[in-house]
Ligand binder design. Structure first.
Ligand code: ZN
Length: 388
């Protein structure tokens, strides 16, 4: 029965009569009791991301009485988030997720403290942030953040409750080498090359799948705080929502792990922030959103080819771009200019790099990849572009 060490003695806090009533149904459980409830009140949990996983996790952690919830998220609420991110409502579209989360969580439980950070977890802030909490619930939706949060939790000896989803599947585990289990890198020592990842943000997901995983993450945090039950240490839980089958895999700490192993090669935070935008190892020539915008505004002749799917093009596009979905390129070669400079784009720059590699094999030499895709264009040039 692992139990996190809380900063202060849990005997120092008292529960008000309101709190005793609010939590009475869980205090009634022998495994919780007043002592468990005090421990929850003393606990500080950092949730990375207020999205699909962070929504259910923080809603239930707040309701259960976790005294201090930290939430870090740099995004604003988007209409396309709402089918799975129930922390936020339709009225919150456009608002910082951290603000929307704080308001919603305080409605559920005004007795707790919410600490928000409207930024991205990165190599320069990760240690200070994580050091300040007892447990990290990793609800991030991208590999760079996941590696960073796992690495820092190893160094700071904080349990890292992992969750991830892909389409109808999800998985969860507890990474805590200091309690005897593995870390994320024991399973996946190095990030895969960007082109090997299905996408950083483009895959579909059914809203209830992250909900299932986020709830399990909250449950694991609560059990760790009160120190009861068996947890996911050394176990990777996999859920297939389509067949509704739960499977479990044994996972072990790897003595050769680059972070938690016996002679670690990585001892300080690595910034993978540009990870999704980088075509590492690819020789495709790129152009940044800012450079492309300059070319266009200076009237330079440039053709724009968008290789996304029609529905994506309908949601958002760069003016004067031509839609040629990736899968249709082989039969539409004649529509792609052979002489004029042509910038190829997609949502994040991964599919367009693949398109350029294919087209070069067909003799095209004038192609540039829009680095970071339309997401980067929205960040750097046109914030009115609809996000999806
Ligand atoms: Zn490890």
């Amino acid at each position: 029965m692992a139990k996190v060490t809380l900063d202060k003695s849990s005997l120092e806090v008292d529960l008000s009569s309101d709190e005793l009533l609010r939590y009475s149904r869980q205090i009634n459980l022998a495994q919780v009791g007043k002592e468990g409830q005090r421990r929850l009140k003393e606990a500080r949990v950092l949730c990375i991301g207020a999205g699909g996983l962070g929504s259910p996790a923080t809603l239930y952690l707040a309701a259960a009485g976790v005294g201090t919830l930290g939430i870090i998220d740099q995004d604003t609420v988007d209409l396309s988030n709402l089918h799975r991110q129930l922390l936020h409502g339709t009225n919150d579209v456009g608002r910082a997720k951290t603000d929307s989360a704080r308001a919603r969580l305080l409605l559920i439980n005004p007795t707790i403290a919410i600490e928000t950070y409207t930024t991205r977890l990165n190599a320069s802030n990760a240690i200070d942030l994580i050091r300040n909490y007892d447990i990290v619930v990793d609800g991030s939706d991208n590999l760079p953040t996941r590696y960073l949060s796992s690495d820092v939790c190893v160094w700071e000896r904080k349990p890292n409750i992992y969750g991830s989803v892909h389409q109808f599947e999800g998985q969860a585990s507890l990474f805590a080498p200091h309690l005897g289990g593995p870390c994320y890198r024991c399973l996946f020592p190095e990030p895969p090359p960007p082109e090997a990842i299905p996408s950083c943000a483009e895959a579909g997901v059914l809203g209830v799948v992250p909900a299932l995983i986020g709830i399990i993450q909250a449950l694991e945090a609560i059990k760790l705080i009160i120190g009861t039950g068996d947890n996911l240490l050394g176990r990777l839980l996999h859920i297939d929502a389509l067949t509704l089958r739960f499977r479990e895999f044994k996972i072990r700490r790897d003595p050769n792990c680059p972070v938690c192993g016996d002679s670690p090669a990585i001892t300080e935070p690595v910034d993978y922030e540009q990870f999704c935008n980088r075509s590492k190892g690819s020789s495709v020539r790129g152009i940044t959103a800012v450079q492309l915008n300059e070319m266009i505004s200076q009237g330079e002749k440039v053709a724009l080819v968008d290789v996304r799917e029609p529905f994506e093009f309908e949601i958002a596009r760069i003016p004067n771009s031509q839609l040629i979905p990736l899968g249709t390129i082989p039969e539409r070669l004649a529509e792609i200019p052979r002489t004029a400079t042509t910038v190829v784009m997609c949502k994040t720059g991964v599919r367009s790099a693949r398109a350029i590699e294919f087209l070069r094999g067909e003799g095209f030499e004038n192609l540039l990849n829009l680095e970071g895709g339309l997401d980067a264009w929205r960040e750097a040039v046109d914030s009115t572009l609809r996000k999806y």
